[in-house]
Ligand binder design. Sequence first.
Ligand SMILES: [Zn+2]
Length: 270
Amino acid sequence: MGRQFRRMKTAIRNPRAAMVRAFREVRPVYRGRGTCPICESEVTFKATHAWYRDGLFCSRCRSIPRERALMQVIQDWYPDWNRSSVHESSPEDRAASARLASECVDYCASQYDPSTPWGEMDPTNQWRSEDLEHQTFADERFDLVITQDVFEHIFDIDSAFSEIARTLKPGGAHIFTTPLVNGRGLTEQCARRQEDGTIEHLREPEYHRNPMDRNEGSLVTWHYGYDIVDRIRDACGLDTTIVLLDDVSRGLSADYLEVMVTRKPVRGTA
Ligand SMILES: [Zn+2]
């Protein structure tokens, strides 16, 4: 209902854009049947523009490819995920996050929310206020830590990787997505936080949509390459596997679909 209403408002304000959109709905750039790894149903995957990563939707749960890739990797690597203790930082209120929240026996959502004291639940009791760089969780608290397109917005990634490793139980893993836009090129810092708290931009500022900040969005602080695995190992000593799935029958086809799995060894096997 909300979406219909927003479309009507768009049509009144910008009839040409509405016509282009309506045309794409009728003749999408891709439409195909398959099984969605998140809602586990026979669905139609449909894209109305060529940038599949944010636009190849599941007709049932409205998930996008990177969310389905994350869920598929969780399922493949940790089939007991629903019996696990899970921390998800900055979850969405849909798709993979919604499934994890509803099915995991112990699921803790956190948001970077400086207006709520670190470690406390927000007034609506929906999430815990946490700074990934300085977390208040106890050591070895979680089986899985999940972050979806968060790490390209963090300043001190070494602290964040190290803190996540600290909170993982032996045998646990940080499973995450972040676009590896630099591919075989080197990881590159785009913006850094100076000692006085001001931000120094090392290249033209770039922002991504952020549900917590609808005005400006989140500043992109890093462009990662495959060498992210070296950075993680240097930061916390853990090894990372980059998993790239390509299976259009599960809606897994898009640029930057890599899912990272950083595993903490079971004690005695390190
Ligand atoms: Zn789905």
